[in-house]
Design a protein around this ligand. Structure first.
Ligand SMILES: Cc1ncc(COP(=O)(O)O)c(C=O)c1O
Length: 389
């Protein structure tokens, strides 16, 4: 007899991971592939973080659990980061350390919503939100953020959602568009959420990676927002799997209990590395250098890729993505990504991973890699477009 399997376990896969697997297969055949699919810095952790790991390894305490909420020096360092970047006073008790921001929004969904609740997210948006929401029984409500509106989610579209959603998860800078909401735009959305009883989860994982535009934190307007962040992007530590949440006081206890029961605690050695990355001055100046490299990489792609490939491209003001409108080249982004990989040796992510309706008309390029990789990718894509369109 067939054993039971839950409906909620039938999730869409993360297309970018599928592309990575295909790229790895080609690499095994000695093909040299440019990796513009994955949103992962090609640099490692800051030197101070690596040194902190080496120094801590012989201490037995490193090999045990920490408190579920996270190590005290790390929670303090994160709170201090809010003073430094946004002039906000955050009580370290409101900081929860998580396994990447991925665990942060899973925990936030579980703590804030009940099965059947409705949570809005932008379309295009980060597909893991949608997939995870399904797995915990939430209904996703689309908030458009496409070219017609300069890729910016609008308050009036949020107001028009009927029935009103129970929550909103929003990333600024955005993945995949790179759009950064200005202070007024974010404040208006955060205030509307507070006034209307809509729980705001602000995914600020790309903060620090902006190009000449201001970034603001949802907590500047809404003390009840949940902010999710991570050491993966700005701090260049994806594999360490450390993130954090800033949560309102009434959620400290429920989130602490949920973490105790789900993961007990975040890997101790990674928390030690993260503490160094967020507190040591030398780490902070090293990281500023990465942001400058991303800006150079972005400019190479925007200046060198054919107009026909970029189309009505999203602004790329933050994060490390270009969301190209490839509608003049193809109406099937999955097939286009496949051809770019097989015929031009460039791995990209189909827009279908981010936009359930128009994603077939877009491709996301990550410029988190090295500058040489971007130069080569721009050459390869340009030649491919010339020969094939
Ligand atoms: C918008 C956004 N949020 C969250 C994540 C998850 O990152 P992590 O779990 O490594 O912190 C990603 C990863 O690409 C992302 O793009």
């Amino acid at each position: 007899m067939a054993l039971k399997r839950s409906d909620r376990s039938y999730l869409n896969s993360f297309m970018v991971m599928d592309v990575m697997a295909k790229a790895a297969e080609l690499e095994r055949m000695d093909r040299s592939i440019m990796h513009l699919e994955v949103g992962q810095p090609s640099t490692g952790a800051p030197k101070a973080a690596s040194e902190a790991i080496i120094a801590a390894l012989n201490d037995p305490a490193t090999h045990g659990y920490t408190l579920s909420t996270g190590m005290t020096p790390l929670r303090r360092g994160i709170a201090q980061h809010y003073k430094r970047w946004y002039d906000l006073d955050i009580d370290p008790e409101r900081v929860m350390v998580t396994v990447g921001s991925s665990m942060g929004f899973a925990m936030a969904f579980l703590t804030c919503f009940d099965v059947g609740d409705r949570v809005a997210m932008t379309n295009p948006g980060y597909s893991a939100y949608r997939n995870l929401m399904k797995s915990v029984g939430l209904e996703t409500v689309d908030l458009p953020a496409r070219a017609e509106q300069d890729w910016v989610p609008r308050l009036e579209d949020l107001e028009a959602l009927s029935p009103r959603p129970d929550g909103l998860i929003l990333a600024s800078p955005s993945n995949p568009t790179g759009v950064v909401l200005n202070k007024d735009e974010l404040a208006a959305i955060a205030k509307w959420c507070d006034d209307n009883g809509v729980r705001l989860i602000s995914d600020e994982i790309y903060h620090g990676i902006t190009f000449g535009v201001e970034q603001s934190c949802a907590l500047e307007t809404s003390p009840s927002a949940i902010v999710v962040n991570s050491f993966s992007k700005y701090f260049s530590m994806t594999g360490h799997r450390v993130g954090w949440m800033i949560i309102p006081e009434d959620l400290i206890d429920p989130l602490d209990r949920l973490t105790q029961n789900c993961v007990i605690s975040v890997p101790t050695i990674s928390q030690i590395a993260a503490t160094a990355a967020i507190t040591e001055e030398s780490a902070l100046s090293e990281l500023a250098g990465h942001v400058e490299r991303y800006r150079i990489n972005r400019d190479i792609l925007l200046n060198e890729l054919p107009e026909k490939f970029l189309g009505n491209v999203a602004p790329a003001e933050g994060a490390f993505y270009i969301y190209a409108d490839t509608s003049q080249i193809s109406n099937d982004s999955i097939a286009l990504a496949d051809r770019l990989l097989n015929e031009a040796n460039v791995a990209t992510t189909p827009g279908a991973d981010f936009d359930t309706e128009q994603g077939h008309l877009a491709i996301r390029l990550s410029f988190a890699g090295s500058t040489d990789e971007m130069k080569q990718a721009a050459k390869n894509i340009t030649a491919w477009v010339k020969n094939n369109t």
